[in-house]
Design a protein around this ligand. Sequence first.
Ligand code: 4AD
Ligand code: MG
Length: 460
Amino acid sequence: MSQERSLTNRKLFNSYFDKKLEDGTKITLEGWVRSNRNNGSVGFIEFNDGSYFKNIQIVYTKESAHYEEFTKVKYGSAIQVSGTIRLTPEMKQPFEIQGEEVIILGDCAEDYPLQKKKTSFEFLRDIAYLRPRANTFQAVYRVRNALAFAVHKFFQERGFIYVQTPEITSNDAEGAGQVFHVCSDLKHPDEFFGTSASLTVSGQLHAEAFALAFRDVYTFGPTFRAENSNTNRHACEFWMIEPEMAFADLEDNMDTIEAFIKYIISYVLENCKEEMNFFNNFIEKGVIDKLKLVINSDFRRMTYTEGIEILQKSVQNGHKFENNDIFWGMDLQSEHERFITEEIVKGPVFLIDYPKEIKAFYMKVNADNKTVAACDLLVPKEGEIVGGSQREENFEKLQAKMKEQGNEATLDWYLNLRKYGGCIHSGFGLGFDRLLMYITGMQNIRDVQPFGRTPGSLKY
Ligand code: 4AD
Ligand code: MG
């Protein structure tokens, strides 16, 4: 590859920030044209190679031997440009490139669907293969990248082992029946593996096996749910972070969740300043303050029972939910969760100790024999972003639950973990895409996934 390839927008900006960028330096860059306008004697190209959020301005004048070439450069095309760095401290952008030579590497057809004028997110979803070039999506996917890195950084710094749990499984971990079936032959679906197979809804159960060998582990990968709910926060394929910790109870679990969320949000605020300012100005006014508040707040911890009482009181005082029938034992809807975190707590809150009937079979039954040691983290505007629990470590109790559930045969190995050196352990699942929505202020899960996977949508 050419020597030039090593230079990028990001490197130019970095050397500017390091005060090492010198006026008069000759450079060559490759990238895409974000706009090109000229008044007959001088022209401006907004240029970006995708390595940094901010564009670089290329100025070209009639004096340049390549003036005609420059005027022909179309919006969207790929170019190689050579020129001279000009420091412009008095201007909006701190430096620009005096363009001297341009080579059109890839022209862009007139019917380029990604037009400069403001386009709706719905429209951009329809051209998902081009939207990574749009400003908003440059910011979204860059933050997504930073967030993924921060996830690994947090756990690796704390000695957690990263375990890649399988995507194809023979069990429905959550027991909610929302699985996508896997087979190689529709007529004989069970033949390939000798058992029915599905895409995993959670790596938790496999992670538990590793936690009981490595103490602290995490999985971070795609999970799949055949939830036919057409909301803006449910996807059929989404990424989940699932840590699992041996010798940890529910309190330890919540401490970890809180430290983790604060850490990764801080990382993004620190390392994605340009992008976060963009979100703050154009997507959700005040999102940076909202996140800073999270970093600086102590997450409230409230029992499900308390939550129900609060909701009941609010209804008595005239508050109207779509589902106004509030009773102990009900599964909370998003509107209820949001009311608690937005109106009552006004910040992140753990709801703990849910009725055992509405939670998964693997959760530890509390001494009251009515509730389980679960903790859901609710945040304003988003609702639940984390679901976690202490796991049932008692063989007999878990066995009884699994008999009810009917998964004793397929998950005998999981039960056996309680027989061979079992111990108390806890873990949680954080929906990566939902967290990204919360951090960026983007309203729809379809707009934070690279290629959204939701019911009725599989074009790309
Ligand atoms: O609450 P869930 O179902 O918990 C589990 O899967 C546990 N096995 C986690 C664990 O303890 N290891 O899902 C965890 C999180 C939710 O809080 C939510 O953020 C996200 O996963 N999530 C979804 N995100 C996008 N689309 C969906 N359809 C989601 N379903 C769950
Ligand atoms: Mg949940």
